[in-house]
Design a protein around this ligand. Sequence first.
Ligand SMILES: Cc1cc2nc3c(=O)[nH]c(=O)nc-3n(C[C@H](O)[C@H](O)[C@H](O)COP(=O)(O)OP(=O)(O)OC[C@H]3O[C@@H](n4cnc5c(N)ncnc54)[C@H](O)[C@@H]3O)c2cc1C
Length: 298
Amino acid sequence: MDIKGLRDALRVRSHVIDRFEEAEHLEDRAPEDLLTFVVVGGGPTGVEAAADTHDLIFVVLEEDYPNVDFDSVRVVLVNAGDRILKGLDSALVHAATRRLASQRIEAINDAKVEEVRPDAVVISDERTIPTRTTIWAAGIEPPPLVGNLDVQKDHRGRILIDQYLRVKGSPEVYAVGDCTSIQYDGPPVPALAQAAEQEGTLAASNLAAEIEDKAPVPFRYRSVGQLVDLGEGSALVDILGVNLSGLLGAYVWKAVYLYELGYDLNRVHVLADWTIDMFTRPDTSKLFGDSSQPKTHT
Ligand SMILES: Cc1cc2nc3c(=O)[nH]c(=O)nc-3n(C[C@H](O)[C@H](O)[C@H](O)COP(=O)(O)OP(=O)(O)OC[C@H]3O[C@@H](n4cnc5c(N)ncnc54)[C@H](O)[C@@H]3O)c2cc1C
């Protein structure tokens, strides 16, 4: 399963709940793969997915399944790099590593996933992790429309663009966001909303400049920081050189999130949800029926 959008996240949630429904009926006959949950990718999305899967299991579901042996549950994070959260300050990486370890999330570094099967994940050292749940957070694929475009692309199928955000070989066309790969003399551009926004703004003004016969402005990515949610009461914050983790990080994460929502009504809704969550047990109802056929990637 992948986790590109809200529907995907809800599908993962329903799938996890289904595994506990099965385990509850099987009691101590539950096979190892049933309650092992593997997240592939040690970037922010993978770390957040692992931490949130842990919280769903141990904060939300544990009370509802008295016949399940929660000590046998495994949440495994498989990461191709030598450490998780590459690019983040090492103090924050340590804080995240400690947090995951304290939650018994097994982080396996230097391990590339070779194959995802319906009942296992095979990693590069030929180790096999029996699992019926694999969450893919190791990179995104451009949509089919981009795949069909007859333009220059990089090895990951992303559209090559120049420093003015124009498609290589088709300078009359601009392209921005995750589906592009910029060739320029500047810092790497991550697949993040802040990069896509910066590119979108500049592409629009370069297009306007072109219409008015003015010179286009070259792109330069400026990181405004990074936030990583580590589950209940903990987050990493790296904004303008200020690093925070733990509970303080979680408060800043929430404040930034509220600010970024943009509309006051949304802010009030989210704030009300968070407040209610502080005093009530989270809802365990499933939102999607059929989660038994996970999408597999090889
Ligand atoms: C789980 C997750 C968490 C993330 N968290 C963060 C974060 O905390 N901070 C951050 O900065 N970034 C985060 N990102 C990355 C961020 O979401 C992306 O970098 C950003 O959305 C890229 O914007 P985009 O416009 O290029 O692509 P998208 O946001 O993917 O938008 C592309 C749009 O094009 C539409 N589309 C596709 N094909 C067609 C077609 N043929 N016709 C018409 N429309 C089409 C799609 O439906 C979609 O709406 C996260 C990503 C994921 C998956």
